[in-house]
Design a protein. Sequence first.
Length: 767
Amino acid sequence: MTDSHDEMRKAAWAAVIVSAVLIGQQVAGRALRDGFFLMHFPASTLPSVMTAASILSVAIVFGTARLLRRFAPWKSLPVFFAGNAALYAVEWAVSGSAPRVAAALLYLHTTSVGAVVVSGFWSVVNERFDPYAAKALVARIGIGASIGGVLGGLFAWGGASALEIPTLILVLASLNALCALAARRIGGPERRVQPAGESHVSALEIFQETPYLRHLALLVALAAFTGAVYDYVFKAHAAERFSTGPELVSFFALFYLSLSVATLVVQNLLARRFLLGLGLAITVGTLPGIGAAFGLIALLAPGIWTAGLMRGGTSVVESSLYRSGYELLYTPVLPEKKRPTKTLIDVGGDKLGGAAGGAFAFFVLGIFPGAASPILMSCGIAAAVAALFVTRRLHQGYVSSLAESLRTGSLSAADVETLDATTQQTVANTIVAMERNQVLGELAKTGASASFLGRDQLLAGLRASGATDASQRNGRRPYVDPPRQPIDPAEIDETVGTIVELRSGDPVRIVAALARNNPLPDSLVGHVISLLDDDSVAEAASLALRKVAPANTGALLDAVLHTRTPLDTRRRVCEILSRLPTQRCADGLVLLLEDHDFELRFRAAAGLLEIVRVNARLRIPREPVFEAAEREAIDCARRWRYQTSVDPRLTRVAPSDSSTGKRVLQGGAYIFSLLLSVLDPDPLRLAIRALASTNSSERGTGLEYMGNVLPPGLREAVWPLLTDPRLAQGGVRARSQLLADLGEQAPLGPVDLAALRRRIDAQRNQL
């Protein structure tokens, strides 16, 4: 069931509020954790407790992964918050009588369980909102989280001197209880989710089958390793600089407060610009990039301030730019894959990387105590550089996940069967083989001898007919037509007589002449092409030309590309060419996309789509196709702006029902025909269907896919048309089937483009 706009708005605000309280208590908890621990333990014990907390996190992750597989994240998140509050209550109870035990428990608890709660919150967000809506919402959630971090830092800083540590712990317990109540307001996913128990695939099997998730896990682990070694270096400098407990708590509170303010500024000024302007992969790559740069600065100029810059800079970017991009990387992943793996990646990968960093620090301290800091920072820089290389693979994996979501996720209708890649390739190869046999049959009808249809001569005949051959694309010498036989003078007289009949203007004589000359000799092809302008004999002429089209592709292309050829003739020639699955024909139709007549351009686009489906090995040049789509998008956007600017009091006709609106819908069908000929057709067709859906989640996934596969210029030109609900919603789709016909086809089924063209002709006559 589709949520209303008001319900979505309430859910968004609930997510913002929960994120603010969550991050606020987390920042305060970190300051309290670090200061409280260093009050009772020396800095040299940090690697041990960091490693122990990481191992504990991994154990917790496996338990929560089973919980998330059985129960949806939006149902599990309040339980996580309640459990977190209960642990704080236990630590508050023992902090007075056994402060060292409470300090150790607080460190282990906030480092391990806190990360699970944060991961659970983001799991709810990226399931609740579609990818397109989440991209706009995540910046708002990030700002709310940053404001919460500032308030949490102020609370920890002021509370360090005004309140006792047990009181501060009790306040954290209360804040988590508040989050448990507020988290229910976010609600569950709008998209259809696979029922629990329907899939029994383990998380390990999912990782093995999905390189994208493996890359995410590796990125998280490398970032955590860098953060762990940087964190030790910074805290070791702080422990040397400040000796008393209150000073340490105040210092860390002020440090985390400064980070929260900086995070708020970066999130507010840069996060949205990075996401929309540079993309998710580059936004996520800012964390390892900053980590490598600031680590190098701290290595060359050691000290507490450069160590603080190193640790603080990575923390700010991690909580703002990195987090905004990283969480969006999960939005297209199918829930049955995401639920068993996300917490494992978020927390398990993070804590395994942290454990590796802690163990490495412990190892370095034991062997090289005097040079521990520079060694650790050097290794942290190396891990950051390695993470940069991992981010380069994320964009393609994100787009592939969007395509998978469109193919097999909530957008797949019950009547659409999704085939695996091997099956699709087998079907495609079968179609190509069948069409090759059809071409050979047409060649045989032209009078080719049996010897011509031998094995080697067969390939030569395909080349002569214009059929696609890999050798032509690889730069090999093209096939040369064999020399023609001398023409008998008697045949010349017969040809002249036939030409006279073809030019007589009498439909009966013309049809009789075509019947006698079946198949057409080359000398009559040009004369028959000229008959396509005559409605009374056009059908007979088209049938005669189709039989000899493979051997006369050049004459047909010359006719359709020549601007002085009558328009009806060009349109009917375009129909004939759409049945020839050859590279030469495809290249000619691409040139036709620059013609001034829209109907001719549309037929060229439909012909391209048709022949690409028949011959999957064809290579349609993308740049001219994208340029043609961009020109049409700019023109349609201009028409639509003009139409929608008309005062509604002057006309009762809705913009989409007007002649201009119908022309814009036709332009949309033309644009999508072009895109289907050069992009992966299966997910694109489902994206087109999603754009016409009233379900905001489906529309958002379709928009996000389109935004990631279109080149920037075309995306900017077509975006006003895709996002305007007056063009995209189901009501318009019901009134005009142009876009729906393209979207409703099964992934590998034939598209009735001839019927689509007839519908356009009928609408054109009504305008």
